[in-house]
Design a protein around this ligand. Structure first.
Ligand SMILES: [Zn+2]
Length: 392
């Protein structure tokens, strides 16, 4: 963040200088144009083919000299502006680390014949998930990747979220209506109806909003009483000339912020309901990568130490990084709760019939012939009924 602020200062300087030059140039140019036009009019008043008088000739040559001088000044100012702009580039180089190669020594693996199509597949899948079918089609056609799902459930959700962010709760309301039974305990339906009521107040007037609220709000009155009261009160400030709204209602009266908030809630709730990951594999990997990079960068000197290199296995980072809760916390690693060992290809996680998961070594140790008692629930089952779990 400090880096961003550092660059922002230089960027602000460049922008204000640019604007100042722009304004100044506009005035100077306008002035010159007027002078030329006035002179042109004056000369046009002479009968055709009349030679210029001595005074007129002097005025013309004076003006020509002034135009030349102005153009010269403008080009000098423009050159100076270039220096300010290039300072922003230098500021970016100074504030940000350009070379992350040292913390990702295996980055070239992405380009291998095996991994490149996987990367391209992840990119295409991400684009389709965003609901950008045409862009996805072009990527698939150009890269020649296969096995990409064109229409996915998430794309439909994404379209609703985009509409919400743009201020239109219509598609999301329709979706919520279809899943009403399963959204009974979710704050989503009320949030969407509230957004629709406030939207109606702006587009069709407060009366329309109140009618809508009367129809939709009672169902949510018990769970969202305070929010509902706030929404109805906020309507008072939607009218033109109502003056600035009190602080408590400002959030409700800012359509962009309300839309963005609703879009976020919608994706979260809909993904939870449909059991979809809110992030595509690519977005998840980028998020995790962005979180881990600064930590890796801090310890990069230690990472090249022979002991660390030796201890650093191929598929594991040399440090633990908290990926947070917002979609970053994937469990691609399983540790057996019985043997407290990390699962491996030789000792994979096994899902028991009851749903509990332990490692295969633990399963073999716990099995008594053809019988196995789950150490957690303690359901009796046959070891052969356990299924191996694969993380992808
Ligand atoms: Zn169990």
């Amino acid at each position: 963040m400090e880096s961003c602020l550092g660059v922002e200062q230089d960027l602000d300087k460049a922008i204000s200088k640019f604007n100042a030059i722009n304004d100044h140039t506009d005035i100077v140019l306008q002035d010159i144009i007027e002078q030329v036009q006035n002179l042109k009019k004056e000369i046009a008043q002479n009968p055709p083919d009349t030679p210029l008088s001595q005074t007129q000739a002097m005025v013309v040559s004076d003006l020509a000299a002034r135009v030349k001088q102005t153009v010269f000044q403008m080009s000098t100012e423009h050159r100076e502006l270039h220096a300010t702009v290039s300072r922003v580039g230098k500021s970016i180089d100074k504030h940000f680390i350009a070379d992350y190669g040292s913390v990702a020594p295996k980055a070239e693996l992405f380009c291998s014949d095996i991994n490149r199509p996987i990367m391209e597949q992840a990119i295409a899948q991400h684009i389709y998930r965003q609901g950008l079918e045409e862009v996805g089609d072009a990527v698939v056609a150009e890269s020649g990747v296969t096995g990409v799902e064109r229409s996915c459930e998430f794309a439909a959700l994404q379209r609703c979220a985009v509409a919400l962010a743009a201020g239109d709760p219509g598609p999301a309301l329709q979706w919520a209506e279809q899943h009403a039974a399963r959204l009974e305990h979710s704050p989503l339906p009320f949030t969407l109806h509230r957004m629709q009521a406030l939207r109606l107040a702006r587009s069709e007037g407060v009366r329309a909003a109140i009618e809508y609220a009367r129809e939709q709000f009672p169902r949510h009155a018990a769970r969202h009483e305070r929010q509902l009261q706030a929404a109805v009160c906020a309507l008072a400030w939607v009218r033109a000339g109502a003056g600035p709204a009190p602080r408590a209602y400002r959030r409700l009266l800012a359509p962009a912020a309300l839309g963005a908030e609703a879009a976020e809630l919608f994706v979260r709730e809909a993904c939870a309901l449909l059991r979809l990951a809110p992030l595509s594999p690519l977005a998840g990997a980028v998020l995790a990568g962005a979180r881990v990079l600064p930590a890796l960068h801090d310890i990069r000197a230690k990472m090249t130490h022979p002991h660390v290199v030796a201890a650093w296995s191929d598929d594991e980072l040399p440090l633990e990084v908290d990926l947070g809760e917002d979609g970053g916390g994937y469990h691609s690693v399983f540790a057996c709760p019985i043997l407290r060992q990390q699962a491996s290809e030789q000792n994979p996680p096994m899902r028991l019939l009851c749903g509990h998961v332990i490692s295969r070594d633990a399963l073999n140790k716990l099995a008594m012939g053809a019988k196995l008692k789950c150490p957690y629930c303690p359901m009796e089952q046959a070891p052969a009924e356990a299924r191996q779990i694969y993380f992808s």
